[in-house]
Design a binder for this molecule. Structure first.
Ligand code: ADP
Length: 267
Protein backbone atom coordinates (compact mmCIF):
# COMPACT_ATOMS: atom_id res chain seq x y z
CA UNK A 1 0.00 0.00 0.00
CA UNK A 2 1.22 3.47 -0.91
CA UNK A 3 2.69 5.45 2.03
CA UNK A 4 0.53 8.51 1.33
CA UNK A 5 -2.66 6.54 1.82
CA UNK A 6 -1.49 4.18 4.58
CA UNK A 7 -1.97 7.06 7.04
CA UNK A 8 -5.72 6.90 6.38
CA UNK A 9 -6.12 3.34 7.67
CA UNK A 10 -8.39 3.19 10.71
CA UNK A 11 -6.10 1.65 13.34
CA UNK A 12 -8.27 0.92 16.36
CA UNK A 13 -11.58 -0.91 16.02
CA UNK A 14 -14.33 1.75 16.17
CA UNK A 15 -17.21 1.00 18.54
CA UNK A 16 -20.22 0.40 16.33
CA UNK A 17 -23.45 -1.35 17.23
CA UNK A 18 -25.25 -2.57 14.10
CA UNK A 19 -28.90 -1.52 13.93
CA UNK A 20 -30.01 -3.92 11.17
CA UNK A 21 -28.14 -5.81 8.44
CA UNK A 22 -26.21 -2.73 7.23
CA UNK A 23 -22.78 -4.32 7.84
CA UNK A 24 -23.56 -7.30 5.64
CA UNK A 25 -25.13 -5.13 2.92
CA UNK A 26 -22.25 -2.68 2.83
CA UNK A 27 -19.72 -5.51 2.67
CA UNK A 28 -21.49 -6.91 -0.40
CA UNK A 29 -21.64 -3.45 -2.00
CA UNK A 30 -17.94 -2.92 -1.36
CA UNK A 31 -17.26 -6.34 -2.89
CA UNK A 32 -18.71 -4.94 -6.11
CA UNK A 33 -17.14 -1.51 -5.49
CA UNK A 34 -20.62 -0.08 -5.83
CA UNK A 35 -20.81 3.65 -5.03
CA UNK A 36 -22.99 4.03 -1.94
CA UNK A 37 -25.25 6.64 -0.37
CA UNK A 38 -25.70 6.47 3.42
CA UNK A 39 -29.08 8.12 4.03
CA UNK A 40 -30.37 9.25 7.37
CA UNK A 41 -30.78 12.07 9.86
CA UNK A 42 -27.78 13.85 11.29
CA UNK A 43 -26.08 12.27 14.29
CA UNK A 44 -27.56 8.79 13.81
CA UNK A 45 -24.29 6.94 13.26
CA UNK A 46 -23.47 7.14 9.53
CA UNK A 47 -19.92 8.41 9.99
CA UNK A 48 -19.21 5.94 12.80
CA UNK A 49 -20.54 3.15 10.58
CA UNK A 50 -18.22 4.22 7.77
CA UNK A 51 -15.22 4.22 10.12
CA UNK A 52 -16.20 0.78 11.34
CA UNK A 53 -16.58 -0.59 7.80
CA UNK A 54 -13.25 0.87 6.66
CA UNK A 55 -11.59 -0.75 9.67
CA UNK A 56 -13.30 -4.07 9.08
CA UNK A 57 -12.40 -4.08 5.36
CA UNK A 58 -8.89 -2.85 6.23
CA UNK A 59 -9.13 -0.05 3.67
CA UNK A 60 -8.03 3.57 4.09
CA UNK A 61 -10.83 6.07 4.67
CA UNK A 62 -10.58 9.63 3.37
CA UNK A 63 -13.40 11.82 4.64
CA UNK A 64 -14.37 15.22 3.35
CA UNK A 65 -17.19 17.39 4.74
CA UNK A 66 -18.90 19.09 1.80
CA UNK A 67 -19.98 22.73 1.71
CA UNK A 68 -21.38 25.05 -0.90
CA UNK A 69 -18.12 26.90 -1.44
CA UNK A 70 -16.38 23.70 -2.35
CA UNK A 71 -15.04 23.54 -5.89
CA UNK A 72 -13.99 20.62 -8.04
CA UNK A 73 -10.36 21.51 -7.20
CA UNK A 74 -11.03 20.86 -3.52
CA UNK A 75 -11.92 17.32 -4.52
CA UNK A 76 -9.44 16.54 -7.29
CA UNK A 77 -6.46 18.75 -6.43
CA UNK A 78 -4.66 21.85 -7.61
CA UNK A 79 -1.31 23.38 -8.41
CA UNK A 80 0.18 25.07 -5.35
CA UNK A 81 3.14 27.35 -5.07
CA UNK A 82 5.93 26.18 -2.80
CA UNK A 83 9.67 26.83 -2.42
CA UNK A 84 10.44 24.80 -5.56
CA UNK A 85 7.86 26.50 -7.76
CA UNK A 86 4.40 25.20 -8.59
CA UNK A 87 3.59 21.63 -7.73
CA UNK A 88 0.49 19.55 -8.22
CA UNK A 89 -1.23 18.33 -5.05
CA UNK A 90 -3.79 15.55 -5.35
CA UNK A 91 -7.09 16.34 -3.62
CA UNK A 92 -8.75 13.80 -1.33
CA UNK A 93 -10.82 12.19 -4.10
CA UNK A 94 -7.75 11.75 -6.28
CA UNK A 95 -5.69 10.29 -3.43
CA UNK A 96 -8.40 7.70 -2.77
CA UNK A 97 -8.91 6.91 -6.46
CA UNK A 98 -5.21 6.74 -7.29
CA UNK A 99 -4.00 4.71 -4.32
CA UNK A 100 -7.08 2.69 -3.40
CA UNK A 101 -9.17 3.93 -0.50
CA UNK A 102 -12.75 4.68 0.40
CA UNK A 103 -13.60 8.34 -0.19
CA UNK A 104 -16.45 9.47 2.07
CA UNK A 105 -18.13 12.75 1.11
CA UNK A 106 -20.13 13.81 4.14
CA UNK A 107 -23.34 15.83 3.45
CA UNK A 108 -22.76 15.71 -0.29
CA UNK A 109 -25.82 17.85 -1.15
CA UNK A 110 -24.10 20.82 0.45
CA UNK A 111 -21.75 20.87 -2.54
CA UNK A 112 -22.98 22.60 -5.69
CA UNK A 113 -24.19 20.37 -8.48
CA UNK A 114 -21.47 21.58 -10.84
CA UNK A 115 -18.95 20.29 -8.29
CA UNK A 116 -20.64 16.92 -7.77
CA UNK A 117 -20.66 16.05 -11.48
CA UNK A 118 -16.91 15.50 -11.18
CA UNK A 119 -17.70 12.14 -9.61
CA UNK A 120 -19.71 10.89 -12.58
CA UNK A 121 -16.96 9.16 -14.59
CA UNK A 122 -15.69 7.60 -11.35
CA UNK A 123 -19.04 6.13 -10.46
CA UNK A 124 -19.88 4.22 -13.62
CA UNK A 125 -18.06 1.32 -15.19
CA UNK A 126 -15.34 3.64 -16.52
CA UNK A 127 -14.01 4.31 -13.00
CA UNK A 128 -11.84 7.17 -14.25
CA UNK A 129 -11.10 10.62 -12.89
CA UNK A 130 -9.99 13.21 -15.44
CA UNK A 131 -7.61 15.83 -13.99
CA UNK A 132 -8.19 18.46 -16.66
CA UNK A 133 -5.74 21.03 -15.29
CA UNK A 134 -3.01 18.44 -15.26
CA UNK A 135 -3.96 16.68 -18.48
CA UNK A 136 -4.09 13.34 -16.65
CA UNK A 137 -6.65 10.57 -16.58
CA UNK A 138 -6.55 8.61 -13.33
CA UNK A 139 -7.84 5.05 -13.56
CA UNK A 140 -9.28 4.20 -10.18
CA UNK A 141 -7.36 1.67 -8.11
CA UNK A 142 -9.25 -1.64 -7.71
CA UNK A 143 -9.80 -0.93 -3.98
CA UNK A 144 -11.35 2.53 -4.54
CA UNK A 145 -14.95 3.13 -3.52
CA UNK A 146 -16.98 6.32 -3.29
CA UNK A 147 -19.45 6.74 -0.43
CA UNK A 148 -21.57 9.82 0.27
CA UNK A 149 -23.88 10.72 3.12
CA UNK A 150 -27.18 12.42 2.62
CA UNK A 151 -29.88 13.65 4.97
CA UNK A 152 -33.25 13.34 3.19
CA UNK A 153 -34.89 15.56 5.83
CA UNK A 154 -33.07 18.69 4.68
CA UNK A 155 -33.55 18.36 0.97
CA UNK A 156 -35.12 21.19 -0.98
CA UNK A 157 -35.59 21.62 -4.69
CA UNK A 158 -32.42 23.71 -4.91
CA UNK A 159 -30.37 21.37 -2.76
CA UNK A 160 -30.66 17.85 -3.93
CA UNK A 161 -28.62 15.40 -5.92
CA UNK A 162 -29.40 15.24 -9.62
CA UNK A 163 -31.14 12.05 -10.71
CA UNK A 164 -28.16 11.40 -12.97
CA UNK A 165 -25.97 11.41 -9.87
CA UNK A 166 -28.35 9.45 -7.60
CA UNK A 167 -28.80 6.68 -10.12
CA UNK A 168 -25.13 5.78 -9.99
CA UNK A 169 -25.35 4.74 -6.36
CA UNK A 170 -26.80 2.08 -4.12
CA UNK A 171 -28.20 3.34 -0.82
CA UNK A 172 -28.54 2.13 2.76
CA UNK A 173 -31.03 3.90 4.99
CA UNK A 174 -30.13 4.67 8.60
CA UNK A 175 -32.53 5.40 11.42
CA UNK A 176 -31.90 6.10 15.06
CA UNK A 177 -31.14 2.82 16.83
CA UNK A 178 -33.92 1.00 18.72
CA UNK A 179 -34.42 2.04 22.33
CA UNK A 180 -32.31 -0.74 23.92
CA UNK A 181 -29.46 -0.32 21.43
CA UNK A 182 -29.48 3.44 21.66
CA UNK A 183 -29.36 3.20 25.46
CA UNK A 184 -26.32 0.91 25.25
CA UNK A 185 -24.62 3.28 22.78
CA UNK A 186 -25.23 6.38 24.94
CA UNK A 187 -24.00 4.57 28.07
CA UNK A 188 -20.89 3.31 26.27
CA UNK A 189 -19.98 6.60 24.62
CA UNK A 190 -20.69 8.96 27.52
CA UNK A 191 -19.94 6.88 30.58
CA UNK A 192 -23.33 7.31 32.28
CA UNK A 193 -25.14 4.25 33.66
CA UNK A 194 -27.88 2.46 31.74
CA UNK A 195 -30.59 4.08 33.89
CA UNK A 196 -29.56 7.63 32.96
CA UNK A 197 -28.93 6.63 29.33
CA UNK A 198 -32.43 5.12 29.11
CA UNK A 199 -33.94 8.38 30.36
CA UNK A 200 -32.01 10.40 27.78
CA UNK A 201 -33.23 8.06 25.05
CA UNK A 202 -36.80 8.43 26.35
CA UNK A 203 -36.57 12.21 26.00
CA UNK A 204 -35.16 11.85 22.48
CA UNK A 205 -38.01 9.55 21.45
CA UNK A 206 -40.57 12.09 22.51
CA UNK A 207 -38.72 14.89 20.70
CA UNK A 208 -38.63 12.82 17.51
CA UNK A 209 -42.41 12.77 17.57
CA UNK A 210 -42.30 16.56 17.08
CA UNK A 211 -40.37 16.30 13.84
CA UNK A 212 -42.26 18.17 11.17
CA UNK A 213 -44.59 19.57 13.85
CA UNK A 214 -42.38 22.45 14.89
CA UNK A 215 -39.02 20.72 15.01
CA UNK A 216 -36.98 20.27 11.87
CA UNK A 217 -35.23 17.24 13.41
CA UNK A 218 -35.59 15.35 16.67
CA UNK A 219 -32.79 15.01 19.22
CA UNK A 220 -30.04 12.83 17.73
CA UNK A 221 -27.94 10.08 19.31
CA UNK A 222 -25.00 12.49 19.16
CA UNK A 223 -26.85 15.03 21.31
CA UNK A 224 -27.71 12.36 23.89
CA UNK A 225 -24.03 11.50 24.14
CA UNK A 226 -23.20 15.18 24.71
CA UNK A 227 -25.74 15.38 27.53
CA UNK A 228 -24.46 12.11 29.00
CA UNK A 229 -20.87 13.36 28.99
CA UNK A 230 -21.88 16.47 30.98
CA UNK A 231 -23.91 14.39 33.44
CA UNK A 232 -20.91 12.07 33.86
CA UNK A 233 -18.89 15.21 34.68
CA UNK A 234 -21.28 16.11 37.47
CA UNK A 235 -23.58 18.63 35.74
CA UNK A 236 -27.20 18.33 36.93
CA UNK A 237 -29.23 16.27 34.41
CA UNK A 238 -31.80 19.01 33.71
CA UNK A 239 -29.06 21.55 32.98
CA UNK A 240 -27.09 19.09 30.89
CA UNK A 241 -30.20 18.22 28.84
CA UNK A 242 -31.09 21.87 28.31
CA UNK A 243 -27.57 22.71 27.17
CA UNK A 244 -26.93 19.68 24.97
CA UNK A 245 -30.40 18.70 23.76
CA UNK A 246 -33.07 21.39 23.98
CA UNK A 247 -31.34 24.70 23.34
CA UNK A 248 -29.31 23.77 20.25
CA UNK A 249 -32.21 22.46 18.18
CA UNK A 250 -34.80 25.21 18.55
CA UNK A 251 -35.12 28.94 19.12
CA UNK A 252 -38.88 28.75 19.38
CA UNK A 253 -40.36 29.47 22.84
CA UNK A 254 -43.15 26.90 22.62
CA UNK A 255 -40.87 24.18 21.32
CA UNK A 256 -38.33 24.91 24.05
CA UNK A 257 -41.09 24.58 26.62
CA UNK A 258 -42.27 21.33 25.13
CA UNK A 259 -38.73 19.91 25.23
CA UNK A 260 -38.22 21.15 28.80
CA UNK A 261 -41.46 19.37 29.67
CA UNK A 262 -40.05 16.09 28.33
CA UNK A 263 -36.83 16.62 30.26
CA UNK A 264 -38.69 17.34 33.51
CA UNK A 265 -40.79 14.22 33.04
CA UNK A 266 -37.63 12.12 33.24
CA UNK A 267 -35.31 14.08 35.57
P1 ADP B 1 -23.81 11.02 11.42
O1 ADP B 1 -22.58 10.75 10.62
O2 ADP B 1 -24.98 10.17 11.03
O3 ADP B 1 -24.17 12.48 11.51
P2 ADP B 1 -22.23 10.01 13.65
O4 ADP B 1 -21.75 8.75 13.03
O5 ADP B 1 -21.24 11.09 13.83
O6 ADP B 1 -23.54 10.57 12.93
O7 ADP B 1 -22.91 9.61 15.07
C1 ADP B 1 -22.87 10.43 16.19
C2 ADP B 1 -22.36 9.66 17.38
O8 ADP B 1 -23.36 8.73 17.80
C3 ADP B 1 -21.12 8.83 17.07
O9 ADP B 1 -19.94 9.54 17.35
C4 ADP B 1 -21.26 7.65 18.00
O10 ADP B 1 -20.72 7.99 19.26
C5 ADP B 1 -22.76 7.51 18.20
N1 ADP B 1 -23.44 6.44 17.47
C6 ADP B 1 -24.55 6.58 16.72
N2 ADP B 1 -24.98 5.39 16.25
C7 ADP B 1 -24.11 4.48 16.70
C8 ADP B 1 -24.02 3.05 16.57
N3 ADP B 1 -24.92 2.36 15.86
N4 ADP B 1 -23.00 2.43 17.21
C9 ADP B 1 -22.11 3.14 17.93
N5 ADP B 1 -22.14 4.46 18.08
C10 ADP B 1 -23.13 5.14 17.50
Amino acid sequence: MNEQIRGYLVEAKPYYKPVANEVELFRAAYGRRMPMILKGPTGCGKTRFMEFMAWSLNKPLITLACNEDMTASDLVGRYLLDADGTRWHDGPLTVAARHGGICYLDEVVEARQDTTVIIHPLTDDRRILPLDKRGELVHAHPDFQLVVSYNPGYQSATKDLKQSTKQRFGAIEFHYPKQAEETAIVAHESGVGDDIAAKLVGIAHRSRGLRGRGLEEGISTRMLIHAGLLIADGIKPREACALAMAKPITDDEDMTQALNGFIEAYF
